[in-house]
Design a protein around this ligand. Structure first.
Ligand code: NAP
Length: 285
């Protein structure tokens, strides 16, 4: 049982709404296991109160905090510095406060890549296809580029909206962007070694929804991932398994992004096995 003292260092997560966040339970379990005198709490911050809240975190001498929807992009101009990942992705999910200076990080990227590596998927030289191009997709694609993926194709429902968001990555790898019904996208699916659903399609309660892919095109050798973790097996992953593919849901990414944030704040490795166990218990209740 954690006992807070006058010396307890404060951490937390800001979002709106934030009551469904799994981070307080997952991070608190890790903090206790690591024997740290830290607290981690959920803090609802209305969009119009973001600037005031961020200043408040510094005034209250928090050592850091996580950032979730809807603040991941809006917080950027309120910070003193951004690490390379956060700059490229254009979103922040972790802030560290040192000597009153706020630095923004994005650990979603390393979270996805670490989870994939733990499944023994070697990224270098592989052809990846993503469905969707929101904030999580940009974290995934930046991680894949940094790990030496050979090609990246993105299928979305509205390519014109997405084009400007991908411009920053063009200097590192040429990304092919298509409407997901286009023939060229179907052809990329046929050659894919890795297929990732980054859309919320299929997330509870709309569990029968699925990003549109023709499973007859996808090689059973491809590795298929969905960033969703509720339900544990989305229709997308169920279809992939029926197709013979190895699969991974979003649980590993969630744990690893949290572990990477803890490392930024504490400079220590987090107990990811325990975090996974705690997360599963929460998801199953
Ligand atoms: P986001 O920024 O809102 O992006 C969502 C993407 O999905 C956009 O490309 C959007 O297209 C597309 N999309 C949304 N609804 C759609 C629909 N009905 N039909 C077709 N396309 C649709 O969201 P995000 O932050 O990237 O999150 C995406 C998913 O990843 C969510 O399920 C989230 O829970 C999950 N996630 C998981 C983790 C993890 O740790 N496992 C971390 C972050 C996110 P438009 O631009 O056309 O709307």
């Amino acid at each position: 049982m954690i006992k807070h003292t006058g010396r307890t260092k404060n951490l937390g997560v800001i979002g709106y709404p934030v009551e469904h966040s799994l981070s307080p339970t997952m991070q608190s379990a890790a903090i206790e296991e690591m024997g740290l005198d830290y607290s981690y709490v959920a803090m609802p911050v209305r969009p119009e109160a973001l600037e005031e809240a961020v200043r408040g975190m510094s005034a209250l001498e928090f050592i850091g905090f996580n950032v979730t929807i809807p603040h991941k992009m809006k917080i950027l101009p309120l910070l003193d510095a951004l690490d390379e990942n956060a700059k490229m992705i254009g979103a922040v999910n972790t802030v560290r406060i040192q000597d009153g200076k706020l630095t923004g990080y994005n650990t979603d990227s390393i979270g996805f890549i670490t989870a994939l590596k733990k499944r023994d998927f070697a990224i270098r030289g592989k052809r990846a296809v993503l469905l969707g191009a929101g904030g999580a997709a940009r974290a995934v694609l930046w991680g894949l580029i940094a790990q030496g993926v050979a090609s990246l194709t993105i299928g979305v429902r509205n390519p014109d909206k997405v084009k400007p968001l991908l411009a920053a990555f063009a200097a590192h790898l040429s990304i092919s962007l298509f409407h997901w019904e286009e023939e060229a996208f179907r052809s990329a699916l046929e050659k894919a070694d890795l297929v990732v659903n980054t859309t919320p399609l299929g997330m509870a309660p709309h569990i029968e929804a699925m990003a549109p892919v023709d499973w007859r095109l996808i090689s059973p050798q491809a590795f298929v991932s969905d960033l969703i973790y509720v339900p544990e097996t989305t229709k997308f992953l169920r279809m992939a398994r029926e197709n013979g593919n190895r699969t991974m849901n979003g649980e590993g990414m969630l744990v690893e992004q949290g572990a990477a944030a803890l490392k930024i704040w504490t400079e220590r490795e987090a107990p990811t096995q325990l975090m996974t166990k705690v997360l599963r218990e929460m998801l199953n209740t």
